[in-house]
Design a protein around this ligand. Structure first.
Ligand SMILES: C[S@@+](CC[C@H](N)C(=O)[O-])C[C@H]1O[C@@H](n2cnc3c(N)ncnc32)[C@H](O)[C@@H]1O
Length: 262
């Protein structure tokens, strides 16, 4: 993690400022987005519904309908994907490391969120959610704001079921566009069909780093990178306590370093 976590903590205030203004102005330049997101019940994004239906064969059934669990990672204060599916029993969970800030904001503005965002950074999803428990994991415009995006993808693979899908959608090379300010420390790109995460220090081909079997499709349209990853095998180290201990030690160090850098 080096000092990337300390750098990340410096982006918190600017993200809080953005969402504070977003609530105060009812959506900044995106009033329609605001009106949509504050509705307590919204139909799930049609593309995500289609992906779920395609994988419905193995889904458990409740009240005659397939039961699906969907996780929106880095959801912000009000997840944008929707939370209702007419022909399925759908549970949508929204996660974000700034959940405490967002909870205050929605309460202060008297909004009843259909799905209240819970605390969980992408990098440690399996500490907060049961491994292999989601049919679909979605993340838009958020993983490139995280401190370790590759780890975030691996953690998404941990919490999605075998046969389940991860959908990532991000603006191409956002750290470059945003001049490495705030949370913008990583660029996502597609090069020769492969999914690349890079910044001034490193360049990773995501396909080379994933520790389970998977299928991946990487597309780029109008400078927007979309990755669709299907998990095809289970992790071998599901109950590895040493992995957790090592992680906890690093997080402690990084939190204290971040606080002392202020
Ligand atoms: C631009 S907002 C996007 C919110 C939402 N996904 C959307 O599309 O409207 C970026 C979000 O990424 C979140 N984020 C930052 N670091 C993260 C991390 N390590 N794990 C998960 N989300 C993170 C921020 O807190 C913020 O809510």
């Amino acid at each position: 993690m080096d000092n990337i976590f300390a750098l990340w903590t410096r982006g918190i205030e600017s993200e809080r400022g953005f969402w504070t203004r977003w609530f105060e102005t009812k959506g900044l330049e995106w009033p329609d987005d605001y009106t949509e997101r504050v509705r307590a019940q919204r139909e799930l994004d049609p593309w995500l519904q289609k992906i779920l239906r395609e994988s419905a064969v193995d889904a458990p059934v409740s009240n005659g309908k397939p039961r699906f669990r969907v996780l929106d990672v880095g959801a912000g204060p009000l997840s944008k994907i929707g939370n209702f599916m007419p022909d399925a029993d759908l549970e949508v969970v929204a996660a974000d490391p700034l959940a405490f800030i967002y909870s205050d904001l929605v309460d202060r503005h008297g909004i009843n969120p259909g799905v209240r965002t819970q605390f969980a950074p992408a990098e440690d999803l399996s500490v907060f959610f049961t491994p292999s428990s989601f049919d679909l994991v979605h993340c838009s415009n958020a993983l490139d704001h995280s401190f370790e995006p590759l780890r975030g993808i691996i953690e998404m693979l941990r919490v999605v079921k075998v046969g389940g899908t991860i959908i990532l959608g991000h603006a191409r090379n956002e750290a470059e566009n945003e001049k490495y300010e705030g949370f913008h420390q990583h660029n996502f790109d597609v090069d020769d069909g492969r999914f690349i995460i890079w910044n001034k220090k490193e360049r990773v081909v995501v396909e080379h780093e994933l520790p389970v079997e998977f299928e991946i499709q990487n597309t780029m349209n109008n400078h927007y990178v979309t990755n669709r990853i299907v998990k095809r095998s289970e992790f071998r180290d599901r109950d590895d306590c040493r992995r957790r201990d090592e992680r906890l030690r690093k997080i402690y160090e990084q939190v204290i370093r971040a606080m002392s850098d202020r």
